[in-house]
Design a binder for this molecule. Structure first.
Ligand code: SF4
Length: 348
């Protein structure tokens, strides 16, 4: 490795950092560098510095709870719930179980959002009821979001009126090929959510070793150009027993390079679009991290807190390990994130 930086990459990165717009082919050019190249390292270092400045080195924790799970007609070839391969039983979380989860994850005041996850086939009335339960159970400063199957406009309005302020919805890479869902259906739902006034976050996922730079950039920019409030990138987890488990996985380092390039590529944008990280939020200056509870699409354990174990305590520890010195609280204030804080919150 010579250590000499590619002049075109330097030029693109310099313009991106100066909040100048860079083209999609220039983003793809940066993504084409190997993850262990100096150009990738430079993308990560620049994004890290800028993102930490923006958030004042403050970590932010969200929580996902699987409330309606089981065999799913989406049949996504990467998902634990695909009806073709899953062992999961149909499940709708009882209200009192959701109340217990909400109380447990919010008890130290440092969770800012709770996302209720469902499979593709679900009764919207069940989700409306569960949104109301979560909304009633926690402080108004904590945002309740939905991560559910496709929705008609009227359903979105009803969910917003029930208390859902945000939603996570994705036009997946390989939608219609690795899933049984028409890509147009996914896009329609995203538009329905946005039109109903729900703040909608999207993500470029699930990224596998076969995903090209061009398709990653195209998918990411679709979210930006279609009114989503934030975007992210996420790799495919090779869940045992799923069709794509043998398809391999990209590394954390490669994902970090991708998220850095995509974050830098939208610095020019003065609208509401922002970048967040779905899973490895604690790495490299991306300060939003999600803990996961109950059943989840990326874990075969019945309760993912007992499987992958990405609990709120885990999230606090990881934020601390990655050098965040403050943690955002539900009321907008911050707490010092140090060993004492980890002790106080039963995280170590
Ligand atoms: S990713 Fe979602 S839509 Fe696809 S099988 Fe899993 S739960 Fe269903």
């Amino acid at each position: 490795m010579s250590g000499q930086l590619d002049p075109k990459a330097i030029d693109i990165l310099t313009r991106a950092c100066a909040r100048k717009r860079i083209r999609e082919d220039e983003c793809a050019y940066l993504l084409d560098f190997p993850e262990d190249s100096p150009e990738a390292d430079m993308s990560v270092a620049l994004a890290d510095r800028i993102m930490r400045e923006r958030c004042d080195n403050t970590g932010d924790i969200g929580v996902q709870i699987g409330v309606i799970t089981g065999p799913c007609v989406g049949r996504c070839r990467f998902c634990n719930f695909s009806a073709d391969t899953t062992d999961a039983e149909p499940y709708v979380m009882p209200d009192d179980v959701l109340r217990d989860y909400v109380r447990e994850v919010t008890r130290f005041g440092d969770v800012t959002s709770i996302s209720l996850l469902t499979i593709q086939n679900f009764e919207v009335d069940d989700l409306i009821r569960l949104v109301k339960v979560a909304r009633r159970e926690c402080d108004k400063g904590i945002g309740i979001s939905i991560n559910c199957g496709d929705l008609e406009y009227e359903d979105c309005v009803a969910l917003r009126e029930a208390g859902a302020i945000g939603a996570y919805h994705v036009l997946r890479l390989g939608e219609g090929r690795d899933t049984s869902i028409d890509p147009e259906r996914r896009k329609r739902t995203i538009r329905n959510l946005i039109s109903s006034g729900i703040i909608t976050t999207t993500c470029t996922e699930p990224i596998g070793p076969e995903s090209t730079s061009e398709e990653i950039v195209k998918n990411y920019m679709w979210g930006l150009n279609n009114g989503c409030a934030s975007g992210a990138v996420m790799y495919r987890v090779p869940v045992p027993g799923t069709c794509l488990a043998e398809g391999g996985s990209i590394t954390d380092r490669r994902l970090l390079q991708m998220s850095s390039v995509m974050a830098l590529s939208t610095l020019w944008y003065s609208g509401p679009f922002s970048f967040f990280r779905w899973d490895l939020g604690y790495q490299g200056g991306f300060n939003k991290v999600f803990a996961e509870y109950a059943a989840g699409p990326r874990d075969t354990a019945a309760l993912t807190e007992n499987g992958r174990g990405r609990t709120v305590g885990w999230a606090r520890r990881e934020l601390f390990k990655k050098g965040y010195d403050k943690i955002l609280r539900y009321d907008g204030s911050t707490a010092v994130l140090d060993l004492e804080y980890l002790r106080k919150t039963d995280s170590i």
